[in-house]
Ligand binder design. Structure first.
Ligand code: NI
Length: 262
């Protein structure tokens, strides 16, 4: 069954699942079977960036996509697979097997009551492989449990920071200073969403160049301040507003296409 997005709403509060009553959700399901599930991570983002960067950004983009399309947005899953970040205080990680079990259970909870299109908006590269594995597991489990929605259940993960217009904007604003972790693009978005973070920004020395990492000790040894090749001091809240707009446009289009697929 394919369907369309319900259409834009006036206020973000109108598409937050957490603010709905169950009869309101049941009514929504009679018109639309799609839901947006934001997932992030809780991990170091350099010496000046917020630990919650990946969760804040995923949720911020998800709510804006929800506002533009009218599709419900679940609370953010703020803990992700961040095992390689555990060398830095404040990081809270789920092992891949735990994250897989969490996402599997969340998807099945939604599918149990009729949601058929789960659009995962992700803020953390380390979640991608595990999220895709959880989809494969959830399809099998939904079928095994005989859930009515199992035949039509579809899950898709999209990464706001990898959307083409976001990528090109970051390249044009920051060039090679975008780096790979604690990037000025993601920090800009946090400054836009949470202006209290602006005061934490300060100039930083040249970062260690980005390269492969294996475990948490390796990460801390190679990147002692928690950045990878980035200059977060280039981040600005007004850039963040542009990234939000570009990410929400690209992902709203992805969502519409996803809902039209049979
Ligand atoms: Ni990040």
């Amino acid at each position: 069954m394919s369907s369309q997005v319900p259409g834009p709403v006036d206020k973000i509060s109108m598409i937050r699942l957490a603010l709905k009553s169950w009869p309101e959700v049941e009514d929504y399901l009679s018109k639309c079977k799609a839901v947006i599930l934001p997932i992030g991570s809780t991990e170091q983002h350099g010496p000046t960036g917020a630990i919650g960067t990946d969760a804040l950004t995923a949720e911020g983009v998800a709510l804006e996509v929800g506002r533009r399309t009218g599709v419900l947005v679940t609370p953010v899953q703020a803990f992700g697979m961040a095992e390689h970040h555990l060398g830095f205080p404040g990081t809270m990680s789920l092992q891949p097997s735990t994250l897989m079990a969490v996402l599997n259970d969340l998807i099945l909870s939604l599918a149990r009551n009729g949601f058929e299109r789960i659009f995962v908006i992700n803020g953390h590269g380390g979640n991608i492989a595990t999220a895709k594995a959880s989809f494969a597991q959830a399809y099998g489990t939904a079928l095994g449990r005989g859930l009515p929605s199992s035949k039509n259940l579809r899950c898709k993960i999209v990464n706001w920071f990898m959307a083409a217009p976001v990528f090109y904007e970051a390249k044009s604003l920051y060039g090679s200073k975008e780096g790979q972790h604690a990037t000025p693009s993601e920090i800009s978005l946090t400054l836009h969403l949470e202006p209290s973070l602006i005061g934490k920004m300060r100039p930083l020395p040249e970062p260690a160049p980005a390269g492969p990492i294996h475990g948490p000790e390796d990460f801390r040894r190679l990147y002692p301040d928690g950045r990878m090749g980035s200059d977060p001091y280039l981040a600005k809240p007004e850039h963040g507003a542009r990234f939000l707009d570009k990410a929400a446009s690209a992902l709203s289009e992805d969502l519409e296409t996803f809902l039209k697929q049979v």
